[in-house]
Design a binder for this molecule. Structure first.
Ligand SMILES: [Mn+2]
Length: 357
């Protein structure tokens, strides 16, 4: 009896050390740098991708068991004379052509079976990433985490910056309100008003508010997060997008969704944003769906921020958001154990005692 259990134990030890333990299926992640800044006016947001890479993003994802395919940083052709459209819209041809390049790359990445992470760059690049994503998965749903709704049309914008307008170009229902800008003829609207949910809004222009209300677009402002709590907000977000069936998720995270105390190095900070814990909860819930297909992380600007500490805090926060979307958890996780090691005894005869767990 005692001998048999000793042999069994010995055998099990060998089996554990020689057999590959079952692992959760690894994500294959395509990283696409989109160092683009012409959708807004601050210098430096084009350094976002290199800041995220230098802070160890690839190593972080690899450590989570992801296979990382780094597509590098896209290079965007300079448009020599990119005049204002309608005396207000800045760099339409530059934004249009960069977004077209990004759309092709994101499409290529998801068609090859990768989950794609686009590193901005400003939020105008969502024109490209959502378009390219929808070319492969026309039924995708978007979670847009942002202080701003980015849904001005070229006719309602007060700043003329295209990073405040991408959603208006993507929504089918708005197309009779949106002119075709020079450089945008390739772009086809690919979302319906019920395909997007906003989280974190707190700086919404009057025309944007009109659009959200009049087109019945689902959003959760910071006030809604205060009222319902982030758990309820995520439950309702996922019910809205997935209630009638599974579909790929496009997560578009503007780092300015977070409170400026956490993410100061960004171009348009707004007081009263997401806490670290709310941001991690959103990311955990997205990961738990198993449906994340493309994510954007945008508006990290390493040239803003009053100190290196502020820049590092912003960059590390962005990395935590990405890592959490790919399985980093606050409660811990394990893939390398299926049982605990047992102290070995010099006398095999009493091993039965020790095996009892
Ligand atoms: Mn934005």
């Amino acid at each position: 009896m005692s001998l048999r259990s000793s042999v069994a134990r010995l055998f099990r030890k060998q089996a554990v050390s020689s057999v590959q333990l079952p692992r959760r299926p690894a994500h294959s992640v395509a990283l696409v740098g989109a160092p683009f800044s012409r959708g807004q006016k601050r210098k430096g947001v084009d350094h976002g991708p290199s800041a995220l890479r230098n802070a160890g993003l690839v190593e972080k994802l690899s450590g989570l068991g992801c296979q990382v395919y780094d597509f590098g940083d896209l290079s965007f052709t300079q448009v020599p004379s990119d005049e204002l459209y309608n005396n207000i819209i800045k760099y339409p041809r530059s934004v249009g052509s960069a977004s077209q390049v990004l759309a092709d790359t994101v499409h290529e990445a998801v068609a090859a079976g990768h989950t794609c992470v686009t590193l901005g760059g400003d939020h105008s690049l969502a024109l490209g990433s959502v378009s390219g994503h929808s070319r492969q998965y026309p039924d995708l749903g978007v979670v847009w985490v942002d202080a701003h709704a980015d849904i001005n049309t070229p006719l309602t914008t007060m700043s003329g910056n295209l990073h405040g307008q991408p959603v208006s170009f993507l929504l089918r229902e708005l197309q009779d309100k949106v002119p075709v800008l020079p450089g945008f003829s390739w772009l086809k609207p690919c979302l319906s008003r019920s395909d997007i949910v906003y989280i974190g809004l707190r700086d919404v222009d009057p025309a944007e508010h009109y659009i959200l209300k009049n087109y019945d677009i689902q959003y959760f402002s910071m006030r809604d997060i205060d009222r319902f709590g982030i758990q309820k907000v995520m439950e309702r977000t996922l019910e809205h997008l997935l209630g009638r069936g599974q579909r790929p998720i496009h997560l578009s995270v503007d780092i300015d969704a977070f409170d400026p105390s956490l993410a100061p190095a960004t171009g348009t900070p707004v007081m009263g944003g997401l806490t670290y814990r709310e941001g991690m909860y959103i990311s955990e819930e997205i990961h738990n769906t198993g449906l994340l297909s493309v994510m954007d992380i945008v508006e990290v600007n390493p040239l803003l921020g009053d100190s290196q500490e502020e820049v590092n805090a912003t960059v590390n926060l962005a990395i935590d958001v990405i890592a959490t979307c790919f399985g980093q958890t606050r409660e811990g996780a394990h893939i390398a154990f299926d049982e605990l090691p047992t102290p070995s005894s010099p006398d095999e005869s009493d091993s039965e005692e020790q095996v009892r767990i």
